[in-house]
Write a protein that binds this ligand. Structure first.
Ligand SMILES: C[S@@+](CC[C@H](N)C(=O)[O-])C[C@H]1O[C@@H](n2cnc3c(N)ncnc32)[C@H](O)[C@@H]1O
Length: 399
C-alpha cells in the first residue's frame, strides 16, 4: 500500500508514519489514502498543508508526485541539459522483462507465450499495420494466467504507458492503433496517445458490463480508442450497416419520408457508437470463462483498417480472437499471451465454424437489407428499394 510516489514523497512507509503525518499536517488519514488510491493530485487546501509540512516548493511537490502539468514541463524542457547532466550517472532504466517463446505457426501467423513487453523488444520497429489491444482492466478479475489484476492505479498507468509506447514504435507510418478498455482508463491512455499519434475516434461500444451502482450512471459502454500514425494516408475501408428495423414486423424504426430511395444501397454509415456488437455468450463460440471478445468486433476493426497480407499485432492474446479473425481474413498476425495458450491452439484446430461465423458477418454488412430482413419485409408488405422503383414508374405511367 505504501509503495507509490505519493507516500514516498511524504516519507510514509507504514501506518504509524501515516498517523504521524496526518497529525502534523492536519490532513485526515482517510484523505491521505484517497489521493494515491485514485492517483489524484491533492486539492488546494491539502496541497498547501503538505508544502508547509515538508517545507518544499510547489514545483518540488509536483516533481515528487509526478504531476507533470504544462508549467512544469516547460520548466523541465528549458533546463533539460542541466537536469540530464545531473541525473545521468544514476539513471538506469533497463527493465528486466520476462521472457517469451515461440509456440506455433499457422499459414498467416506466429504465436508466442510470455510477456508482450519482452516480445515487443524483439520485433522490428515500424513493421505493423494494425495493433489491437484489449489489456486487463485492473478490476481484480481472475485470469487463467494467475496474473495480478488489482495493482495500484499509479502502477497500472505506468505499466500501460510502457506497453503503449512500445506498440507505437512497432506501428508503421499509416498504421492504426485500437485500444479496448473502460472509459476511466481510456482517459489516461488518450493522454499518452495524443502525444504520438493522430486521434481518429473514441468509439462507444454499447455493452452493459456490470450492474447499476447507486449514485452513478449505469456503465453501458466500452471505449474503443482509434488512432493512426504519421502524416501518410491510413487504410480506411468503409464499413456500412443494414438499416435498423423492427425485429418482429420488419418495419421501419425511423421515418424516412420521401428520402427512402436516396438511402445508399450499400447500407447506412457506420457511426462512432456501435450498438450491434454482441457479448460472447453462446457456448459454441465461447472458448474460455471470461474476457473473450466477439469475432464480429474484430472482423469490423480488421476489415476497416487493413488489407489482405497486412500485419496485425495484439499484445494480449486471451483466447486468441484477434489471431483467429486475422487468419480467416488472410492478414498476417503476431500473437502473445502470458498465460496458457492451449485455448488459442485449440481454436486454430477448429477454424471451420469460426469461418462460417465470419462469412455470415460479412454477408450481412455493406447492404441496406440482409436476406433475412428482405424475407421479413416482403412477408409483411414493407417497402424494399425495388418496390419503390416499381411504385414510382407506375405513378409516372398514371400521370
Ligand atoms: C482481457 S484479456 C484479452 C482477451 C482477448 N481480447 C480475447 O478476445 O480473448 C487480457 C489477456 O492479456 C493477458 N496478459 C496480461 N498481461 C500480459 C502481458 N504482459 N503479456 C502478454 N499477455 C498478457 C492476460 O493473461 C489475458 O489473457
Amino acid at each position: 500500500m505504501y509503495s507509490n510516489s505519493f507516500f514516498s514523497a511524504l516519507s510514509i512507509t507504514n501506518d504509524a508514519e501515516l498517523k504521524y503525518f496526518s497529525k502534523i499536517s492536519n490532513i485526515t488519514t482517510k484523505k491521505l489514502k484517497y489521493y494515491p488510491k485514485y492517483n489524484l493530485y491533492p486539492d488546494v487546501t491539502d496541497r498547501d498543508c503538505i508544502i508547509k509540512t515538508l517545507d518544499i516548493s510547489e514545483l518540488e511537490l509536483k516533481i515528487k508526485l509526478g504531476y507533470f502539468d504544462k508549467e512544469l514541463l516547460d520548466i523541465l524542457s528549458k533546463n533539460a541539459k542541466t537536469i540530464v547532466d545531473f541525473i545521468s550517472p544514476d539513471y538506469n532504466t533497463a527493465p528486466i522483462a520476462l521472457r517469451h517463446k515461440h509456440i506455433f505457426k499457422t499459414e498467416y501467423g506466429n504465436m508466442y507465450q510470455g510477456d508482450c513487453i519482452s516480445l515487443m523488444d524483439k520485433l522490428e520497429k515500424n513493421s505493423v499495420d494494425l495493433i489491437f489491444a484489449d489489456p486487463p482492466f485492473n478490476l481484480d478479475k481472475k485470469y487463467e494466467s494467475g496474473m495480478n489484476d488489482k495493482i495500484e492505479e499509479e502502477e497500472y498507468i505506468k505499466w500501460t504507458e510502457t506497453w503503449v509506447l512500445k506498440c507505437i514504435d512497432l506501428l508503421k507510418e499509416g498504421g492504426s492503433f485500437f485500444i479496448w478498455n473502460l472509459p476511466k482508463w481510456n482517459t489516461h491512455i488518450s493522454s499518452i496517445l495524443n502525444k504520438h499519434l493522430n486521434f481518429k475516434h473514441w468509439i462507444a461500444v454499447d455493452i452493459k458490463y456490470r450492474l447499476p451502482i447507486k449514485n452513478r450512471l449505469y456503465p453501458s459502454h466500452y471505449g474503443l480508442l482509434y488512432y493512426t500514425k504519421g502524416e501518410k494516408g491510413y487504410t480506411f475501408n468503409e464499413q456500412r450497416l443494414p438499416l435498423e428495423i423492427c425485429r418482429h414486423c420488419g418495419g421501419d424504426i425511423r421515418d424516412y419520408g420521401g428520402y427512402k430511395d436516396q438511402l445508399n444501397p450499400s447500407g447506412i454509415n457506420l457511426t462512432d457508437v456501435w450498438f450491434d456488437i454482441p457479448p460472447v455468450r453462446h457456448s459454441k463460440y465461447k472458448t474460455r470463462d471470461s474476457n473473450e471478445l466477439s469475432m464480429k468486433l474484430l472482423e469490423r476493426i480488421i476489415s476497416l483498417s487493413t488489407n489482405e497480407n497486412d500485419v496485425v499485432f495484439d499484445p494480449f492474446g486471451g483466447s486468441g480472437t484477434t489471431y483467429v479473425v486475422s487468419e480467416i481474413l488472410k492478414r498476417k498476425w503476431i500473437g502473445v499471451e502470458i498465460g496458457d495458450v492451449e485455448n488459442i491452439k485449440n481454436r486454430f484446430d477448429s477454424l471451420e465454424f469460426q469461418k462460417e461465423y465470419i462469412n455470415n458477418v460479412q454477408n450481412n454488412k455493406n447492404k441496406l437489407f440482409t436476406e433475412e430482413m428482405r424475407k421479413l419485409r416482403t412477408k409483411n408488405g414493407q417497402w424494399l428499394p425495388e418496390t419503390l422503383v416499381k411504385k414510382r414508374s407506375k405513378n409516372k405511367a398514371n400521370k
